[in-house]
Design a protein around this ligand. Structure first.
Ligand code: NAP
Length: 287
């Protein structure tokens, strides 16, 4: 039920209609018996400043997630950000602070948790990141937190790759990040133990696409892990081929889940663990 006391959480972005966050968060809030609801708030790029200011004066709005196209643009409207958000250069979760909005980036934690669960050292892994967009920045910060200092990213636009490299190096002082073009991809595969797809290649609009072909996958060493950030379809073409080739795979659903768990912990400062499995099942059955 929604009461006069009910507090609001939600997601801002454009578009937001596809978002899986409302179903996952409303399940958790209900199970936890909290007087909160989670909605989807479409906000056009040019209206972000007015919307953020207005939301501050609606006292029942406790916090919100941020998605494309506002993850970087929101930074100037926040009075405080966590070190993680500063390192990524983007915010995906905002909570009400004492004197203004306080932002963090839970994509880092979301990406990292499935790797931490594997209980192995990542410090000397050969990390190959396909793409250099917003999610790739969270991936670099997560791998850095896991102790990894050498990474390679493959991109298709030299100016974007250079900007990505400069920003990541400035934010993470001992990082060695190499960037290169797709035409040189094959040379990095034999030494990559962890390959991460952070491009949209293979998403449900084009499920037959894959950033790597089977012949690329065959260049990886046995024991390698292929991690696709995409969560629909499950599995992607990339992960189907990776499984066929004998590699361990991780799909984007766990990242989606754990960035949500982390966001709830940031907003509510309570233990969310009792409802995590139910949140996972909700995501699985709502796809
Ligand atoms: P983004 O900022 O738009 O970055 C996408 C990257 O992929 C860019 O480097 C882009 O290159 C590259 N790319 C796009 N189309 C390509 C193509 N046809 N060939 C080669 N490269 C291409 O998007 P993002 O926010 O990083 O998201 C990337 C993916 O991660 C999406 O599939 C998204 O759903 C997924 N994701 C999942 C989670 C999760 O919780 N599981 C969280 C965040 C993102 P250009 O810059 O040259 O366009």
């Amino acid at each position: 039920m929604i009461y006069g006391t009910t507090k609001l959480l939600g997601i801002i972005g454009d578009p937001v209609t596809y978002s899986r966050s409302p179903v996952m968060h409303n399940y958790a809030l209900q199970q936890l018996g909290l007087d909160y609801i989670y909605g989807a708030f479409p906000i056009a790029k040019q209206n972000l400043d007015k919307a953020i200011e207005g939301m501050w004066y609606i006292n029942s709005i406790h916090g919100f997630n941020v998605t494309i196209p506002h993850k970087e643009a929101i930074l100037p409207y926040l009075t405080q950000v966590t070190d993680i958000a500063r390192q990524v250069g983007a915010v995906n979760t905002v909570t009400r602070g004492e004197s203004g909005w306080f932002g963090t980036n839970t994509d880092v934690q979301g990406f990292m948790i499935p790797l931490q669960k594997m209980d192995r050292s990542w410090a000397n892994s050969g990390v190959l990141i396909l793409g250099c967009g917003g999610a790739a920045r969270a991936v670099v910060v997560a791998m850095y937190q896991l102790g990894c200092r050498n990474m390679t990213s493959i991109g298709r636009s030299i100016p974007k790759m250079q900007e990505f490299q400069a920003q990541m190096r400035a934010n993470l002082p001992s990082l060695s990040l190499k960037v290169d073009e797709w035409s040189n991809l094959a040379q990095y595969l034999p030494s990559a133990n962890l390959v991460i797809n952070s491009t949209p290649l293979g998403m449900s609009e084009n499920p037959k696409l894959s950033p790597l072909e089977m012949e690329h996958l065959q260049l990886l060493t046995q024991g390698s892990i292929v991690y696709d950030l995409i969560y629909t379809p499950r599995p992607t073409q990339l992960l189907k081929w990776a499984t066929e080739a004998g590699y361990q795979t991780i799909d984007g659903l766990e990242m989606l889940l754990y960035q949500g768990v982390s966001a709830l912990e940031f907003w509510l400062e309570i233990d969310i663990q009792p409802v995590v499995e139910g949140m996972r099942q909700t995501l699985l059955t709502s796809s």
